[in-house]
Design a protein around this ligand. Structure first.
Ligand code: HSE
Length: 305
């Protein structure tokens, strides 16, 4: 019998101005344990977020990602027992899909007896999942800067100041990434592109230096949030409520509908303010106060008889 366990953090993409090129890993996890036994067949057990909505058959995303990795490694597994414990809300803008794919592919690579090369896994997972900002953050931890080019993906992870944490306010309506991307224009005015360029460069510099007082300005976005605002009622006001109550900056989390705020560790005021702003619109919202995950994907594997 072989057993592997892969634990992957949630992630929040964009941080406002860094559309499709920045992500931050969050201390909330999808943990997948896979055992390979003699014989044939497949058993899938899923618990946690989305447990009622996720199909526990061959169409299960983690299993499909495993099959793709087995195809690449050329490994033919015997009977698989997959146990998934998921803390990451689904269709929330918190990278649940990237975490499922990374967990599945990582587990399959380890079961195949291969070394887990994170750069290779990043390329494979982006090929399946399509969002390098979530994938890089979840795989490497911290704040990931990622650049996709013809010659592949490049990334750099910033280890951001220890005093920064993330508060997520998750309103009680799901939103698919496809729907949220469908709201975006194909072409943007040069003035908006320059607006975001100046802010995302400021954001990376402000996190690295650090100059925390610049984060609010640096997270401002004109490329995607204005176009997604109709899908997320109160987006602008919820971000303002967070900042007005002490958040360092706030933005739509990935493609939404969650809003994320960078906060000083232990500061519960921005979360309460975001929740109250949504409540004013009759929308219940969950608040998650999360540390930044600094390790990225973690794994262990063992053989026993
Ligand atoms: N950067 C992507 C988007 C993230 O905003 O659509 C999707 O999770």
């Amino acid at each position: 019998v072989k057993r592997v366990r892969v634990k992957v953090p949630a992630s929040s993409a964009n941080l406002g101005s860094g559309f499709d090129c920045l992500g931050v890993a969050l201390g909330l996890y999808h943990t997948v344990t896979v055992e390979e036994h003699a014989g044939n067949g497949l058993e899938i057990r899923v618990s946690g977020e989305g447990e009622d909505a996720i199909p526990v058959d061959e169409s299960y995303a983690t299993h499909k990602a495993m099959l793709e990795a087995f195809r690449i490694t050329g490994y033919h597994p015997a009977r698989l027992v997959i146990e998934s414990i998921n803390q990451i809300p689904v269709s929330a803008g918190l990278g649940s899909c990237a975490a499922s794919v990374l967990a599945g592919m990582g587990a399959a690579i380890l079961l195949s007896g291969q070394e887990l090369d994170r750069n290779q896994l990043m390329q494979l997972a982006v090929g399946v999942e399509g969002h390098p900002d979530n994938v890089a953050a979840a795989l490497f931890g911290g704040v990931a800067v990622v650049c996709q080019s013809e010659s592949g993906l490049q990334h750099i992870c910033l280890q951001v100041p220890a005093e920064i944490a993330v508060t997520v306010a998750l309103p009680d309506f799901p939103m698919s990434t496809r729907e949220s991307r469908g709201a975006l224009p194909d072409v943007v005015p040069l003035v908006d592109a320059v607006h975001n360029l100046s802010r995302v460069t400021l954001l990376v510099a402000a996190l690295a230096t650090p100059r925390l007082e610049l984060l609010e300005m640096a997270m401002q976005d004109r490329l995607h949030q204005p176009h997604r605002a109709d899908l997320v009622p109160g987006l602008k006001e919820v971000c303002s409520a967070a900042v007005d109550s002490g958040a360092l900056g706030a933005a739509l989390s990935g493609s939404g509908p969650s809003v994320m705020a960078l906060v000083r560790q232990g500061d519960g005021a921005p979360g309460a303010a975001m929740q109250a702003e949504w409540a004013r619109r009759g929308i219940p919202a969950r608040v998650l106060d999360l540390p930044i995950d600094r390790a990225g994907l973690q794994f262990e594997s063992e053989h026993f008889s």
